[in-house]
Design a protein around this ligand. Structure first.
Ligand code: SF4
Length: 234
């Protein structure tokens, strides 16, 4: 598969040309992947998201990401679903709001594993699709990425803003074009709980896993994935 070469070439930090891309899901990483392909960047996808619950949702998100990576022939590392460790680290933070300390832990955990893999496999740069969603706090994500990379002298975190230059709009376009699975909550069991509570309070139905796909959703409901449970626009 090829992509438009009308995009601006992306400058990698340190003059490097090889990146380990932590991917959270296909809708968020679609634009990031196409931007890197258009720039001729040598990258590998690293899927490590033990936060996603339940297993059915995890498999849906991962399989969608694998399907898209295969279209481009991009290497895909399917890392461990060690959700027991995720729950152990989340203990005591069950009722924290999105964008709070539980999310910092969640980003830290995913970046720590990404940085370790990068260090052990000769990747000089890591980055992530996590920050492309407008629902996320980009500074919070970048702080976690920088912190994880700082443990290795040979590793840099690339804090590129994937939303800019039309990135946010292309993310939705690609999602519709590819009919990606459209997740309706951030990922963990607590975000599922809080999103359902919010929807019920707003007179909406509970989330039904595996039912929504971009390009098939009602007009006005094709937003970036995983809006926060407490946002009245979600
Ligand atoms: S709300 Fe999202 S980022 Fe925050 S802990 Fe849950 S899965 Fe992780």
């Amino acid at each position: 598969m090829t992509v438009s070469n009308e995009r601006k070439s992306l400058p990698l930090p340190g003059g490097h040309q090889k990146v380990l891309l932590h991917s959270c899901c296909a809708p968020c990483s679609g634009e990031v992947m196409e931007a890197m392909v258009a720039s001729g960047i040598d990258f590998t996808i690293f899927f490590y998201n033990p936060n996603i619950h339940p297993r059915k949702e995890y498999d849906l998100r991962k399989d969608e990401n694998i399907r898209f990576a295969e279209k481009f022939g991009i290497p895909f590392v399917d890392a461990d679903y060690d959700r027991d460790n995720w729950f152990a680290r989340a203990r005591g933070m069950e009722n924290e709001p999105e964008r709070g300390i539980r999310c910092t832990m969640c980003f830290d955990m995913r970046f720590e594993r990404t940085a370790l893999y990068a260090h052990e496999h000769g990747f000089p740069v890591i980055t992530s699709s996590l920050g492309i969603s407008r629902w996320k706090n980009m500074q919070q994500i970048n702080d976690c990425g920088i912190r994880a990379a700082s443990h290795y002298p040979d590793l840099m975190y690339w804090d590129y803003n994937w939303r800019k230059g039309g990135g946010s709009a292309r993310m939705i376009e690609i999602s519709k074009r590819e009919n990606f699975y459209q997740q309706e909550y951030c990922g963990c069991v607590y975000s599922l709980r809080d999103t359902n509570e919010h929807r019920i309070a707003m007179g909406r139905e509970r989330i039904r896993l595996g039912e929504l796909y971009y390009g098939q959703t009602p007009a006005g409901n094709e937003d970036t994935p995983a809006g926060p449970s407490t946002d009245t626009t979600s």
